[in-house]
Ligand binder design. Sequence first.
Ligand code: ZN
Length: 285
Amino acid sequence: MHPGAVWPDRHGSPVRSGCRRFGRCRYVGAVFHWRRTFAPADGLDSVVEAGFTGRSSARGIGPWSGLNLGGHVGDDAEQVEANRMLLARRIGVARDRLVFMNQAHGTSIVEVDGAWGGEVPSADAVITRAPDVALAVLVADCVPILLHDARAGLVAAIHAGRLGMTAGIVPRVLERLRELGARQLSAVVGPSVCGRCYEVPAPLVEAAAAAAASSRARSWTGTPAIDVAAGVVEQLASDRVPLEWVPGCTREDPDLYSYRRDGPTGRFAGVIVRRAGRPHDAVDR
Ligand SMILES: [Zn+2]
């Protein structure tokens, strides 16, 4: 990051002033909206890094302007791949060790054991035991969930929209992680559209509330709405998984992509990686 650039604050201030020294500058803005390193547990030479990208740097054009990481949303494929390369560099992994998903609002889980070549896996959750393999979930209103258990050497990324939360993808992934040996899971729930901004027909509210009562919400105008993230948090809490809920509503925060706000648009990512050893010495957060 050069001296003329502007760092957003922790909550992703939308300040994107041009670089006074160099004019329009692709380095303006940080890659991450939120990022944290989870310190090693006692006796473990292993850390977990988790984060959520922001719209950030002055890349892309039109409705995808910013750091769009989503394919199949109408953006230029080369630009998307360049953005994914940038994210891999910022995390400090090779591009083929940054694994995305072809998400389908289902409950399929894919387990990855190393570099992934070719087509991205079709799934709404991905799990790995391999160090230095970063798992990414793409969202533009849905809930990105990152799970980790450094002692068991496991991390996971989950995509949970209304359908996925209702279908129980979160408890399904928790069950699979425990089958793989997880005993001390923690979760990070990323920014998503809030309940006040997610008005839906009443029958959909009832279906979601049957899966997690906390998802029942009211919109800004008092109409039926769903708070998918609240439902996810209820599912995690009922399974005794400690969690951190990163604040922010995608529809209200211009640093985040939101389909509800903008229609066709890009996707930001939740990303998690476990490192065997000291954390990556990130230079641009
Ligand atoms: Zn909102």
